[in-house]
Design a protein around this ligand. Structure first.
Ligand code: NIG
Ligand code: FE
Length: 419
């Protein structure tokens, strides 16, 4: 059978293929992956089957049935993996943006009944069809940015029925278009308004009424927001252990605004990722890297402190140097990051967290794939992986985080199909 798709004349083919088997890339590995110059990549049945220098192309496999794309000497890379979003929600929070500009903080707005709770009201008021339309609109936006896999959290229902509906909407949105959707259950975002002051009762309700209705095969991860105004470390620990006993993988939002110890707690339970980590110290990061043997990924979200007008950004450079695997994501959501521009997030990760260009590109592809359990399918250019590929409009990978806020994507291929 001939190649179904061939991309040739790739000036730089960014492989993201690390030397560490069966681990997210950490330390020097994050920048120590090969770039093939003047190269090709070929696909069959939606999968990558061959890549290498142009001289090694097997021309016998290129026939009239092969779709041929000419990269014209520019950069080709794996589709971006957006590993932390709150995809499904109603309404928006433009009014609160104004309050923030007048000096109110994220936690002030949440404590006054706004913030997450204002999106909960809008989400409960929306129909399933509206929520699905919104999610499809956002997925189309992600696809234009070259994002080919999106993690999608629930968390704006905060009652059993609506939380289940949000998971179903994410799944349905995944079926209706080509970007792959990986749902995460974040019913434990903050205690539902009906459970004000009773966080433990709320978590018990989730364990009793919601988690048994979800299958880890379809919804692989359970997440919780561990923060003042959300859930305490001890509450989060108990809940995550119960979720783990039901077969779910674990994630946590922690050390976003305070150093409470949520990241270390979740990592000790074997969490696949610890997200935000703006207040995680380099010493704690080093302990986590050692204790988890490099299996837990810190998902850093540089557009969030930018949008919340905070000075403090996760010390990404120190995390990398401490050997902690890191990924970068937008955190797309209506409150703390209403942007789907992961390229912008990569630039801000370089500027504010100390990443280099090679590091940040691996963080948004192969390490992002690890952080959502998708490393067998996407995130690097290897035979057997899904043919999720980007043809970019730049000649050198160093231009990618340099063109601040631009979208470098010329063409997107998902599962071997040009979009
Ligand atoms: O990841 N930090 C908690 N949750 C989201 C924000 C949700 C919201 O403000 O609506 C986050 O930043
Ligand atoms: Fe988030």
């Amino acid at each position: 059978m001939p190649y179904s798709l061939l991309i040739h004349n790739c000036g730089q083919l960014l492989t993201m293929v690390g030397t560490a088997a069966q681990r997210p890339l950490a330390g020097l590995q994050l920048r120590d992956w090969p770039i093939l110059e003047n190269a090709f990549i070929a696909c069959k049945n939606g999968q990558i089957v061959a890549l290498g220098p142009m001289a090694a192309l097997d021309k016998a496999q290129v026939t009239a049935d092969t779709q041929v794309l000419d990269a014209q000497g520019q950069v080709v890379m794996p589709g971006l993996v957006e590993c932390h979003t709150h995809l499904v929600f109603g309404g928006n929070r433009a009014h609160e943006f104004q309050r923030k500009l007048h000096g109110e903080t994220y936690l002030d707005i949440l404590a006054s009944g706004g913030g997450i709770l204002s999106t909960v009201r809008a989400t409960r008021a929306a129909s399933a069809a509206e929520l699905l339309d919104n999610a499809l609109h956002h997925l189309a936006g992600f696809r234009q940015y070259g994002i080919t896999t999106v993690e999608a959290k629930s968390g704006y229902g905060l009652e059993a029925e609506t939380e289940l509906q949000l998971v179903q909407v994410a799944q349905e949105a995944g079926r209706r278009q080509s970007v792959r959707v990986v749902p995460t259950f974040l019913g434990a975002h903050v205690p539902g308004p009906e459970y004000k002051g009773r966080p433990t009762d709320y978590l018990q309700m989730l364990v009793r009424d919601v988690l048994p209705q979800l299958s880890p095969a379809d919804v692989p991860f359970v997440d919780i927001f561990c923060e003042e105004g959300a859930f305490a470390v001890a509450e989060a620990r108990q809940y995550l252990m119960q979720a783990q006993a039901l077969g779910f993988g674990l994630k946590i939002h922690a050390e976003q605004l305070h150093d409470l110890g949520g990241c270390e707690m979740a990592a000790a339970l074997g969490a696949v990722s610890i997200d935000h980590a703006d207040y995680l110290t380099p010493a704690a990061a080093a302990r986590i890297a050692t204790q988890t043997q490099g299996q837990t990924v810190a998902v850093l979200l540089p557009l969030v402190p930018l949008f919340l007008r905070q000075e403090r950004y996760a010390p990404g450079r120190a995390f990398i140097d401490a050997g902690l695997p890191v990924a970068v994501s937008t955190d797309f959501n209506p409150g703390s990051c209403p942007s789907k521009n992961l390229w912008l997030a990569l630039s801000v990760a370089c500027l504010k967290m100390g990443f280099t260009a090679k590091e940040v590109l691996a963080a948004a592809t192969i390490n992002a794939a690890w952080s959502i359990g998708q490393q067998q399918h996407c995130g690097s250019l290897e035979p057997g992986k899904r043919a999720d590929l980007l043809l970019l409009d730049v000649r050198d990978y160093q231009e990618i985080p340099y063109w601040l806020g631009e979208n470098p994507v010329r063409s997107v291929v998902i599962g071997g199909h040009l979009q």
